[in-house]
Design a protein. Sequence first.
Length: 137
Amino acid sequence: MEPAENRLREHPSERFAAAQHCFDLNEIGDQLESEAHPARKGHRQIAVYSQGAVTMVLFDFEAGGGLKDHAANGLVTIQVLQGAITVGTAQENYELSDGGMVVLNPNIVHSVQAAKASRMLLTVHLSDEKKSEESNV
């Protein structure tokens, strides 16, 4: 565990401890954008919320920033809050702008590329393999 003075933000166990949460994604995005450290690979990110199988991550992309091909073992939603983002899969390139959203089934390999400065909310709901196996019986 990192010493508190080396952390960029409050530890997740403290951020997610409450039973209820209300978020201002614009305010969180503005805080991300103004952080003193340089963006990594053209973006900054913060886990907005994480509980059990669900994680929500806010990304602040610089123009040209992105995420290389990757996949998640769960349902993925990508919502563009501001800007213009391309979500690429083997099947399709989705051109998303303010208010656009794409939903990907588990294990779909995808990439993300920001055409201009952009913000997106990523939500991953990890699969429960046991439930999946039972529903296929």
